[in-house]
Design a binder for this molecule. Structure first.
Ligand SMILES: Cc1ncc(COP(=O)(O)O)c(C=O)c1O
Length: 391
């Protein structure tokens, strides 16, 4: 039972100390690994327990289940600045990307897919798989830990069907200029899909303003939910012309028509869904998204900005090699340091109760709004003893 006060509404300045008390892992650990998993909030834990209770008390209740899915759709639409009809609730980011890919025709002059060297594997592998269907994948290279818009300008051309690009790189934390890349794609007549998994929940981002055609994300990290649930945004004006060939009964115009005589996709972005919704995960996602909404993304973005600035400043003072660009516009909530042995460093920190992670030689430090300056002090105190492992 949660006896803590509710998280305050976004109309008053957030009380970060009070909010922190909703994440009990922070009592035992210095938790700086939200780029992998968000910390578990009391509200999310209670929502998962409520799922079990509801099953015991209600038995079968399809309508209530479907409502949970719709509630997630509404909440996702709200934080993306989208219309609920532009949102598909999916089982993962991969499911959303696959669904979009299945609706594209690569057997035409426009068959090129532009990705980048910053992609999470799924947003590369799915597009390479489309080469079996006629696609041609081009990978935009990074330069000194970043990918300037000009690199995309040289790759996107009249043969480009879609640009599929990450917002924040999961390896080094670099944040790309999505609105600028989307504008280049638009001018060349190409579509743009953004993988926002490492960005959603950390910053105020409006999909309409940014000019993206598709966006995918999931609930496991900064959106505080759980694994096994994600979402896909599809720009309203595109929905009608895109007919996914990867589909299922929850994508049909009338789900409960139970029609086995044909395929009748929903007129909304629900046509990008597939089978039975991830119901237990919907409970968790609903609770996580409510916390984000109650605090408000502008306040969260500001708090993360303070924490990442403090991490960068401590790293520079200590002379460690930052991998991520220092410019706040060019990095996300993930700050990375170059190491000589990333696994050894993560293990040593873990043994001291400090949870981080690593990729490609980088130590990944990823705060969320629930962290504080004491967490950063603890981390850098521990790093001082391990200088030999840092570049
Ligand atoms: C940028 C990015 N995209 C996608 C994923 C995961 O996608 P999925 O929901 O398909 O597992 C992750 C992390 O796990 C990620 O960091």
């Amino acid at each position: 039972m949660n006896t803590r006060p509710d998280i305050k509404s976004s109309t008053v300045a957030p009380d970060w100390t009070q909010i922190r008390s909703h994440f009990s892992v922070l009592e035992n650990k210095t938790y700086l690994n939200s780029c992998s998993y968000g910390a578990l909030a009391t509200e999310v834990k209670e929502a998962l327990q409520r799922y079990i209770r509801d099953r015991e008390e209600r038995g079968t209740d399809w309508n209530y289940w479907v409502e949970r899915n719709e509630s997630v759709r509404m909440a996702v639409a709200t934080f993306l600045g989208a219309d609920p009809d532009e949102i598909a609730v999916t089982a993962s980011a991969s499911a959303g990307i696959n669904s979009v890919a299945s609706a594209l025709n690569f057997n035409q002059a426009r068959n090129k897919v532009v990705i980048s060297e910053f992609e999470f594997p799924t947003n590369a592998q799915i597009w390479y798989a489309q080469e079996l269907r006629g696609a041609k994948v081009v990978r935009v290279p990074e330069k000194d830990g970043y990918i300037p818009v000009e690199h995309f300008e040289s790759a996107i051309d009249d043969e480009t069907l879609i640009v599929a690009v990450t917002q924040v790189c999961f390896r080094n934390g670099a944040r790309l200029d999505i609105p600028a890349i989307a504008e280049v794609a638009r001018q060349k007549g190409a579509l743009l899909l953004m993988d926002g998994y490492q960005g959603f929940g950390t910053m105020d981002f409006d999909v309409h303003q940014a000019g993206v055609d598709f966006a995918v994300g999931g609930m496991l990290k900064y959106l505080l939910g759980t694994a096994g649930i994600g979402f896909l945004y599809v720009r309203e004006s595109l929905i009608d012309s895109l007919v996914p060939t990867a589909t299922g009964w929850f994508a049909q115009s009338d789900i409960f028509a139970m029609d086995t005589s044909g395929y009748n996709p929903s007129p909304t972005a629900r046509r990008f869904e597939m089978g039975t919704p991830p119901v237990p995960n919907c409970y968790a996602a609903e609770a996580g998204l409510k916390i984000i909404e109650d605090i408000g993304l502008p306040a969260i973005e500001q708090r993360i900005g303070e924490l990442t600035a403090a991490i960068i400043s401590e790293a520079k003072k200590a002379g460690y090699a930052l991998v991520v660009p220092e410019d706040p516009k060019r990095h996300g909530a993930l700050i990375t340091l170059r190491t000589h042995d990333e696994n050894a460093l993560v293990d040593i920190l873990e043994n001291q109760g400090i949870v981080t992670s690593c990729r490609s030689g980088n130590l990944r430090i990823s705060p969320h709004f629930y962290n504080n300056e004491d967490d950063i002090d603890s981390l850098f105190r521990a790093l001082r003893e391990q200088k030999h492992l840092l570049v």
